[in-house]
Design a protein. Structure first.
Length: 155
């Protein structure tokens, strides 16, 4: 496993580092009174796409964090396939976003909090690309708490 070190700071696992970047995006969504979900797409150690929920601002139910980040990454790459890329997202992708990852052929998806109500895992079938590696629960508590506190403040 590779670790990333920045100057005098201790080395961190890349998944923790990039999930932290996704959390920064989620906090941008929170500041805009959007559901606080953030995403980044990484290729060869470089962030090539970022996104956070924009469904309220754009009045578009498809403007999820993953969709924003995947589109930005494809534009950066100059192509539609992201086979060598990892999508980091703070919440388990919904069926729509998991389906989009299929068409983008994302190499790996790493998510924070599980979403038993809306996450694609509840379908009990593979809707991502057959070669996509899925890992969940990275910084799960921190990712889940952002969403929990958002909805608690709305009640």
């Amino acid at each position: 496993m590779r670790y990333v070190s920045f100057g005098d700071e201790p080395a961190v696992k890349p998944d923790d580092f990039f999930m932290n970047e996704a959390l920064k995006e989620a906090k941008l969504a929170l500041a805009e009174d959007e559901i606080p979900i953030g995403a980044v797409v990484v290729c060869k150690g470089q962030i090539i796409g970022r996104g956070h929920n924009l469904t309220e601002r754009l009045n578009d139910v498809s403007a999820h964090a993953e969709m924003q980040a995947l589109t930005a990454a494809a534009n950066f790459m100059g192509g539609k396939y992201l086979k060598e890329c990892t999508l980091y997202v703070t919440m388990e992708p919904c069926v729509m976003c998991a389906g989009a990852s299929y068409w983008f052929q994302v190499g790996r998806i790493v998510f924070g909090a599980y979403d038993p109500r809306m996450g694609f895992g509840r379908l009990n079938q593979k809707i991502t690309h057959p070669k996509t590696i899925i890992e969940g629960g990275i910084r799960e508590n921190e990712c889940a708490e952002l969403v929990r506190s958002f909805f608690k403040s709305k009640r």
